[in-house]
Design a protein around this ligand. Structure first.
Ligand code: 5AD
Ligand code: SF4
Length: 538
């Protein structure tokens, strides 16, 4: 699958023209080949649930909180990863509590918020363009409060207020509880900024509202921030130090979702394998928050932990899996340096923990991995892949790959290609390196790979991945997949769609007796490179 995340498809169409202008005949032939693949793929994209392109810019709508109406309307739209979308739910929840109603039309809003992403330059360009569109609404309604939230707010801080004159309030990801005060400050005629990062904030006590959801899949944030300092990445600067959320509140939230009818939770964190939470003394069952999970199996599991003072990611996965066998558990993102055999054995042990691991490699070359400060090398990564294949033979694996990182040679790029040949990933999200101000790479290394070379390397791995996605899909032909039905397929109300355990999108005719939220056994009869197509069998 090609990258469904950052609008790469449309970018790719443009870059092929540039490449064709400048490169050798050999490359031109290769690029035409890549374009054919991209065209083929365009209407077959699987939305990546962690960074879903189809949700970029989506506005959040909530039921008003009875008795709390302050007569003002909030419009909030989100960009970037699932963590940002999940944060917008927290923001909406905080403001609903102060009496705000939500609207889907920013022209009618009193407060307009845009929750932003900084991971690559094009994500920021997109937000700047959107702010220009808000300017017209603010011109008509000068009392409107416009706010920038999230990673761009954190990266640019008060500078944003100078650069974008229409912005009144700038709020970083750890300061959302302060929003009601900040809005008051703006009402009083000032502009307001709070970009303080916290070592503790996890918003564990705020139950996020989920009204844009299908009532079947939900994201549950288990940690915030990142301590890894990959040299290309802006996240440690925008989201601060890593901290894990209270395991009891996570299990309570998953239990609550299950009781409401949800059948899949995706546990979210920048690096879930380093999840670590200290159990309150003396015992979980008597600790804070135990009320909410009373009666669930988790409590007895917590007690079974006995003297163990720490809940690690493998323990947490098990605790969530025990909420109920009908609740599917997914997670993202894993880190090759931290993923343990214990986690793999836990996945293998529980049928409801999905056989799917997103394990970003970023590069297949050890020198580049060192420059990226990924803290593992090629052999280590291969060892982790071998462990997954050994412990969970049916596991699907996806990755993130960056092309054209500083000083990357053709041979080093070929190591990334050969890593793809070794793993034969089910999916891959592929990016050209985009220098981000303030990161270690921006400070230490020149962004010296010409754009045209970055693009050609990207086209090469996109085409390669296309072959392997197709190969992986073909391997499912004739097999029966357990699919969680999510709703009608995008193209027809005569078909349902849902995901297999391995996260492949499956399309099959609507069948009497089956409805969204239920599991179905689907015999796979055809495939594309992104979708399995079949029919329900008993
Ligand atoms: N340039 C290109 N890709 C990046 N990513 C993160 N930072 C950059 C950057 N500066 C990619 C990595 C990461 C994914 C979420 O985004 O592959 O895993
Ligand atoms: Fe960024 Fe690396 Fe942390 Fe992922 S693990 S968020 S790439 S610093």
């Amino acid at each position: 699958m090609i990258c469904p995340r950052k609008g790469l498809c449309s970018n790719n169409k443009i870059f092929i023209l540039l490449v064709a202008d400048k490169l050798s005949h050999h490359y031109i032939k290769f690029c035409i080949f890549a374009v054919q693949f991209l065209r083929m793929e365009m209407d077959l994209l699987i939305p990546d649930k962690v960074h879903d392109e189809s949700r970029q810019g989506e506005a959040l709508l909530l039921e008003p909180v009875v008795g709390k109406n302050n007569g003002r309307k909030l419009y909030i739209e989100s960009y970037g990863c699932a963590m940002n979308f999940s944060d917008s739910e927290i923001v909406a929840s905080i403001l609903a509590d102060s009496g705000f109603e939500t609207t889907s039309d920013f022209n009618n809003a009193d407060v307009v918020f845009i929750n932003t992403c900084s991971i690559r330059e094009n994500a920021e360009v997109r937000v700047r363009n959107r702010l220009k569109e808000f300017a017209g609404a603010k011109f008509k309604n000068p009392g409107m409060v416009v706010g920038v939230l999230g990673c761009m707010a954190e990266r640019l801080k008060a500078k944003f207020l100078e650069e974008e004159k229409l912005v009144d309030v700038v709020v970083g990801p750890d300061a959302y509880r302060d929003l009601p005060n900040l809005i008051e400050q703006v009402d009083g005629g000032q502009r307001a900024v709070n970009v303080l990062l916290s070592r503790e904030e996890t918003y564990a006590d705020i139950s996020p509202v989920r009204l844009n959801s299908n009532g079947i899949n939900a994201f549950v944030s288990i940690m915030r921030g990142c301590d890894n300092m990959c040299s290309f990445c802006v996240v440690p600067f925008t989201r601060g130090r890593e901290r894990s959320r209270d395991a009891v509140s996570i299990v309570a939230e998953c239990t609550d979702l299950f009781n409401q009818g949800y059948r899949e939770v995706t546990l979210l964190g920048q690096n879930v394998d380093s999840y670590k939470w200290k159990k309150p003394h003396p015992a979980l069952s008597k600790g804070e928050g135990s009320e909410e999970v009373k009666g669930s199996e988790v409590l007895s599991f917590g007690e079974d932990l006995g003297e163990a003072p720490i809940v690690n990611f493998a323990n947490l996965l098990e605790m969530v899996a025990l909420v109920g066998p009908e609740l599917r558990v997914r997670f993202s993102t894993s880190h090759p340096k931290d993923i343990t055999d214990e986690v793999l054995y836990t996945i293998a042990k529980y049928d409801n923990i999905c056989n799917y691991i997103h394990l970003p490699v970023q590069s297949g070359n050890s020198r580049i991995l060192e420059l990226m400060n990924r803290t593992y090398d090629r052999d280590w990564y291969i060892n982790r892949i071998d462990a997954i294949r050994r412990i969970i033979p049916e596991c699907a694996i996806s990755t993130d790959m960056i092309t054209g990182f500083c000083t990357e040679t053709d041979e080093e790029h070929n190591d990334s290609v050969s890593m793809m040949d070794y793993v034969k990933y089910d999916f891959a999200y592929m990016f050209k390196y985009s220098e981000r101000p303030g990161t270690l790479a921006a400070k230490r290394y020149a962004d010296d790979i010409p754009e045209v070379v970055k693009q050609a390397r990207l086209a090469e791995i996109v085409a390669k991945q296309q072959q392997y996605s197709f190969y992986r899909m073909q391997a499912r032909l004739g097999r029966v997949e357990k699919v969680l039905i999510e709703g009608f397929s995008k193209k027809s109300n005569n078909d349902y769609c849902g995901r297999s355990d391995q996260n492949a999108m499956v399309i099959f005719p609507v069948t009497e007796g089956y409805k969204p939220g239920q599991y179905a056994n689907v015999l796979v009869e055809r495939t594309t490179s992104a979708t399995l197509i079949g029919r329900i069998i008993d």
